[in-house]
Design a binder for this molecule. Structure first.
Ligand code: ZN
Length: 121
């Protein structure tokens, strides 16, 4: 009788530590996943720590939020690139306004070249 009581106690103790270990491991993995989505949101240009806590308490919602977020940073970069490209185009347009005969840069809407006097088409 004494022996089996000892065994049962040992069994439950072992089971308790098994549950604790699983819980701790699960928590660590949970935090790692939440952290990765935090940095993911940060990369998109959002407040990552917010996503971390949403992920921490409601993992599927946090993941869905992080994925559904429109990419702020990429959009900004695209807009900047687009803007600089437009500027370049404008510059090249201005540069192309040159006299056909002597190459003198012409003012906008000029009808005659200032240098050689030829008509500008
Ligand atoms: Zn000219």
């Amino acid at each position: 009788m004494n022996n089996s009581g000892y065994f049962i106690r040992w069994f439950f103790e072992a089971y308790f530590w098994y549950i604790v270990t699983i819980a701790v491991l699960y928590l660590i993995i949970h935090i790692l996943i939440a952290k990765s989505f935090e940095s993911y949101a940060d990369d998109k240009g959002y407040n990552g720590s917010k996503i971390f806590w949403v992920c921490f308490f409601l993992m599927p919602l946090g993941i869905a939020m992080a994925i559904a977020m429109p990419d702020k940073k990429t959009r900004e970069i695209i807009q900047k690139l687009d803007f600089s490209q437009r500027k370049k185009e404008e510059k090249t347009e201005e540069k192309s306004l040159k006299c056909r005969y002597c190459g003198t840069p012409l003012k906008k809407n000029a009808k005659y070249c200032v240098k050689c006097g030829n008509m500008v088409e």
